[in-house]
Design a protein around this ligand. Structure first.
Ligand SMILES: NC(=O)C1=CN([C@@H]2O[C@H](COP(=O)(O)OP(=O)(O)OC[C@H]3O[C@@H](n4cnc5c(N)ncnc54)[C@H](O)[C@@H]3O)[C@@H](O)[C@H]2O)[C@@H](O)CC1
Ligand SMILES: Nc1ncnc2c1ncn2[C@@H]1O[C@H](COP(=O)(O)OP(=O)(O)O)[C@@H](O)[C@H]1O
Ligand SMILES: [K+]
Length: 509
């Protein structure tokens, strides 16, 4: 699903009104009507007190429409207008008058802290103060009102955006931003729904398709792509009946050190479970017996170093090399990594200590084969890019980095983001159970395996991140967030593939 900028959405709004021959008021009625429908379906005529807090722009207009429809359906509704200025939007005003027309009590005007409504934990608050038109941080008593609503303990449903949340900026601590339990948003999710410092304000969310002009949206370049099952399914390459292991490539997993051999076994097992034809693990000598015993499907080559990698040498050349898990950063390992970078021509996957070595030796960056995939978690990313001001600055720096070194970055997080040049792919699978040792090693193995099966490195990164998260979701559904470990993610990669085609006649062929 495409994620658009606020400017693009405003433009889509205009185009829609023109092409569909409707008024902006009719579009508001359509959009807010869908919000009403969702609320009505959930509340099912329950007699919960509903308090709608409206601003004076179109977000407030949406709040008024929802209020009118709820009143008409017999709900117990109080409407408040945050009356911080006289400059009300046209569609706000016409819907303000319509409240009078249905004979409902006139909305209460709030002019300062003394007017704040009583709010109780059992109330259902609809936040329609600011939407995507926010142009400065809320101040004074309006900011106080937002803090007051947050502190009430009421269930908060935000329309379009939690009020006070910008679409291109992360809030500073203490800023006035509604902390929604649920957000109903129009047409497309916003980038801030997926970033670590902003997602917490959004709560759970749902996208309502308000029928904005399809042609405009299809042609508009996306700010980012959200990767869900539909998108992931399109990336899948079917396996041919008359194929053999040679068709699915040879993955080589290089890493490990004394006490950290488990990491490479996880990556290798993940590569096998993702369908690589052949997997070789290249390990320090101390890993030999362990690896041969726990993973009979993999071949093992040992380094001359007993406890760490010292002189990486192998034959024949694999299709793709994954480097770094558990490797440590001793001087000898750094040196042999440098020679590996110099002699490798095809795209690599670089994770964990491989990334730390790149950060400690910035001169190595230009040696990375083009189109390689780097998979940092937030700390590794910071070592690689330097500090960032906020999530937006982080993404800007990541884009610059991938442009400069012609590589692909997978920024691992709750919603991992694959960055390639100016393109962002936001993953929508995964869960907090994956915050467990070795989960990242598994991802590195899945990406490597897909590259060995001739997926383009960018596609491999995006698809692997989806499958990895989905495998984690399936594992969590059986074992709980707490009970799952990285090996369970590996064990459910197959189920993640099968899930792609559930409820779909096409099947895996
Ligand atoms: N774009 C779309 O697809 C649609 C948008 N609609 C609604 O329209 C909203 C956007 O409406 P608007 O552009 O009128 O903007 P909002 O209603 O989000 O805007 C805020 C209004 O308050 C002012 N303002 C902004 N920040 C302020 C601050 N910190 N303190 C005081 N005043 C501030 C602005 O000048 C503007 O007048 C959307 O979020 C959505 O709810 C829907 O009605 C219909 C479809
Ligand atoms: N809260 C979460 N929600 C979704 N995915 C998560 C969450 N926490 C971690 N993950 C995923 O788990 C993996 C953890 O990787 P990493 O931190 O490198 O672990 P390790 O170094 O132990 O292997 C990443 O792919 C990350 O996206
Ligand atoms: K809002």
């Amino acid at each position: 699903m495409k994620i658009f900028t606020v400017q693009q959405l405003a433009e889509a709004d205009k185009v829609t009104i023109e092409k569909q021959g409707i008024t902006s008021e009719e579009l508001m009625e359509r959009a807010a009507g869908l919000v009403f429908k969702e609320i009505h379906a959930r509340l099912n005529n329950e007699s919960v007190p509903i308090k709608i807090i409206c601003g004076i722009g179109n977000n407030g207009g949406d709040g008024l429409v929802v209020g009118r429809l709820l009143i008409e359906h017999g709900y117990y509704v109080s409407i408040y207008v945050v009356n911080f200025t006289k400059e009300r939007s046209r569609d706000f005003l016409s819907n303000y008058n319509k409240i009078k027309e249905i004979g409902a009590p006139w909305p209460t005007l709030l002019k300062g802290a003394e007017d704040f409504p009583e709010l109780h934990p059992k109330d259902f608050v609809i936040d329609a103060i600011f939407g995507i038109g926010l142009n400065r941080p809320p101040e004074g008593w309006v900011a106080d009102l937002i803090h007051y609503i947050n502190a009430s303990g009421a269930f908060i449903l935000s329309i379009d955006m939690p009020s006070g949340l910008f679409s291109t900026k992360t809030p500073e601590p203490g800023d006035a931003v509604i902390k929604a339990n649920y957000t109903l948003t129009f047409q497309a999710p916003k980038l801030v729904y997926y970033l670590p410092k902003t997602a917490e304000f959004v709560g759970n969310y749902q996208v309502l398709n308000i029928g904005l002009d399809y042609e405009y949206l299809a042609a508009a370049p996306a700010e980012a792509q959200l990767i869900d099952k539909e998108e992931a399914k399109n990336l899948y390459i079917p396996r041919k009946n008359f194929s053999h292991k040679g068709d699915y490539g040879h993955s080589m997993i290089i890493g490990g050190s004394y006490g950290k051999i488990g990491s490479i076994s996880l990556s290798a097992k993940a590569a096998l479970r993702t369908g690589a034809g052949l997997v070789t693990i290249y390990s320090p000598e101390c890993g030999y017996e362990i690896l041969q015993s726990i993973l009979p499907e993999a071949m093992v080559i040992i380094d001359e170093g007993e406890k760490e990698l010292k002189n990486i040498q192998f034959e024949p050349e694999p299709d793709v090399i994954c480097f770094g898990m558990g490797a440590g950063i001793s001087a000898a390992t750094v040196k042999t990594f440098e020679s590996l970078l110099k002699k490798t021509k095809s795209p690599m996957v670089i994770d964990a200590d491989g990334l730390n070595m790149l950060s400690n030796n910035k001169g190595f960056l230009k040696l990375i084969p083009k189109n390689s995939v780097l998979t940092p978690h937030p700390k590794e990313l910071e070592r690689l890019l330097g500090e960032w001001k906020d999530d937006f600055d982080k993404l800007a720096k990541a884009k610059e980095f991938t442009n400069k070194y012609e590589v692909i970055l997978v920024i691992k997080d709750a919603h991992s983001i694959t960055v390639s040049g100016d393109n962002l792919y936001i993953n929508n699978t995964g869960n907090p159970g994956m915050a467990t040792a070795g989960a990242g090693d598994v991802l590195a193995g899945v990406i490597t395996s897909l590259i060995s099966q001739k997926y383009e490195p960018l596609i491999a990164a995006v698809f692997a991140t989806y499958l990895h998260g989905k495998a984690g979701d399936i594992a969590a559904s059986k074992l709980s967030y707490q009970g799952m470990i990285a090996g369970d993610i590996v064990d459910n990669i197959g189920a993640a593939f099968l899930d792609l085609f559930k409820n779909d006649d096409r099947g895996m062929e």
